[in-house]
Design a protein around this ligand. Structure first.
Ligand code: ATP
Ligand code: MG
Length: 259
């Protein structure tokens, strides 16, 4: 989707700074996410990708600068208003973050219950619908410990999309997955974009996936946006930083177990 963006962005980050104690993690990040696109957020470990993603749904607030969702500054939003933002923007956390003591069904239903949906039949209908989307139909009664890593990721994805968000943020959805299962996640993301018009922002180290699903790349280095462009532009670049990243994150041998 190579196009000039005339529309207002869905999420706009303007000169965001964030420190933890004396550790200055985000050093003036400015960027934007547009409706309907799939953006890959890339960069070396510890560069601030997860921290930036958490700013996009107000889980972290900037020390300086602003985060806009639908052109509204979210820093001074009340918890209720932030709740509305999180209904529009779903997040799949690094590591999946399922509740181990809850069944797959309850994990997926959680966002609906949380925002006060009490109609049992409606909850059931939506959970079943979304489990079907991630190809886990009939798995609702399982506990997270009883299913594979790839399936847990798909449960986390089901939970992120159950409340029909306009945008989904994924923190390393491919990590720890074999290539076939990682492909399934890619297909799911692409389907959400093409069939439901969902905007995707995905942190990943898998260049294979980036070239397959991303319309645009935002590359972070040391707390700043270092490069923005299409995957093709990134590939064509002779910048050693980008060349090294691509070389270091392409086609590694898979050493984990198959799911
Ligand atoms: N809540 C926190 N408290 C203190 N330090 C934090 C917190 N969250 C993140 N950091 C620090 O901020 C820096 C950036 O972290 P972040 O998780 O954003 O990196 P990342 O780019 O996502 O890296 P990775 O690819 O390893 O996931 C790290 O040094 C991390 O230790
Ligand atoms: Mg991270």
């Amino acid at each position: 989707m190579k196009k000039k963006h005339k529309d207002a962005p869905l999420i706009r980050i303007e000169n965001v700074h964030k420190s933890f104690g004396s550790h200055h993690v985000l050093k003036g990040v400015s960027t934007a996410i547009y409706r309907g696109e799939t953006v890959a957020l890339l960069g070396g470990s510890g560069g601030g990708k997860s921290v930036l993603l958490k700013h996009m749904i107000g889980l972290l607030l900037p020390d300086e600068g602003e985060v806009y969702v639908n052109e509204q500054v979210i820093s001074n939003f009340s918890e209720r208003e932030l709740g509305e933002v999180r209904q529009q923007i779903g997040m799949m956390f690094q590591g999946g973050a399922l509740f181990d003591s809850m069944s797959v069904f309850k994990n997926v239903a959680f966002p609906l219950i949380e925002r006060g949906q009490r109609d049992r039949a409606e909850v059931e209908r939506q959970v079943n619908e979304v489990l079907e989307v991630v190809r886990l139909d009939g798995m609702g009664d399982k506990m997270p410990s009883e299913i594979s890593g790839g399936m847990r990721k798909r449960v986390a994805l089901a939970r992120a999309i159950i409340d029909k968000p306009a945008c989904v943020l994924y923190d390393e959805p491919h990590a720890g997955l074999d290539p076939i299962t990682a492909d399934k996640i890619d297909h799911l993301m692409k389907n959400l974009q093409t069939e439901l018009g969902i905007t995707n922002v995905v942190i990943t180290h898998e260049m294979r996936s980036v070239f397959r699903v991303a319309d645009r790349v935002i590359f972070m280095k040391e707390g700043l946006v270092y490069f923005e462009g299409t995957p093709e532009e990134m590939k064509a670049s002779e910048d050693p930083e980008l060349v090294n990243f691509i070389e270091g994150n392409s086609g590694q041998e898979w050493e984990g177990e198959r799911v």
